[in-house]
Design a protein around this ligand. Sequence first.
Ligand SMILES: *Cc1c(COP(=O)(O)O)cnc(C)c1O
Length: 233
Amino acid sequence: MELSAQILDNLQAVHHRIALACKRSGRHPSDVQLIAVTKYVSLDVMRVAVQLGLTHIGENRWQDAKPKWEALQPQGTWHFIGHLQTNKVKDIVGKFSYIHALDRLSLAQAIDKVAQQLGIQVHVFIQVNVSGESTKFGLHPQELFSFAADLRSFEHLHIAGLMTMAPHESDAESTRPIFRQLRLLRDQLNQQAILPYDVQHLSMGMSNDFEIAIEEGATWIRLGSVILSNQLA
Ligand SMILES: *Cc1c(COP(=O)(O)O)cnc(C)c1O
C-alpha cells in the first residue's frame, strides 16, 4: 500500500476508536485533540502526515526535531512532549507553542524569560508523576498545588493543563486510576482557585492506552506508533 493510504487507514481506525471511547463516556469527539508523535519517523513520512491533516506535531528531542521543524514549521503547531533541559529552552520557546513536561521551577523561570524576550505566551502542561514510578519525570501529586501557586508570578506562561504518562501495561484498563487521578487533581486545582484562571486540559493517553485516557477526560492524546508504526524505518 502507498504510504499516504497506510497512514490514512491508521488514522481512520484511530478516529473510530476515539469516537467509540467518547460515546462510552458521554463526551464529544471535538473535545479530544490529537497530537501526532513523529519522533520515530523521517521527514518524508511527516510530510505525508501533515498533508493528511495531522498538524499538531509532537517531538521529544530538539536535536531530532530541528530538521523537521525547519522544513515543515509553518504547517504545524508544535508540541514539545519530552523532558526539557534548561539549556535547550532557548531553542524551543518561540517554535513550540506547547510544552508538555514542565516539572520544575527553574524550567518555568527559563521558559518565562525567553518568552518575555520574544513577547509571547507559552502554553505549558505541568507533568505529574501520578504512578510514582522512579523512571518517570514529573511532580509528586502532593507537590502540585504549591508548585502551581509558584507559577503565578510567571506572566509569560499560560498553564494549559496537566500531563502524565501511565506505566506501559499489557492490560490498558489498569491505567485507568492514573488518568482518573490526574483529572481529579485538575478539578481540585480549579476548585481551590490556585491559579487566576481555570486549568482546562489533560494531556494523557498514548497508543497503548488512549481510549481509557479519553474515558477519563483526556483533551489532548499523544499518539505515535498507532498512526505511524508501519512507517518506522
Ligand atoms: C513517544 C511518546 C508518545 C507516543 O508514544 P506511542 O506509544 O508511540 O503512541 C507520547 N507521549 C510521549 C511523552 C512520548 O515520549
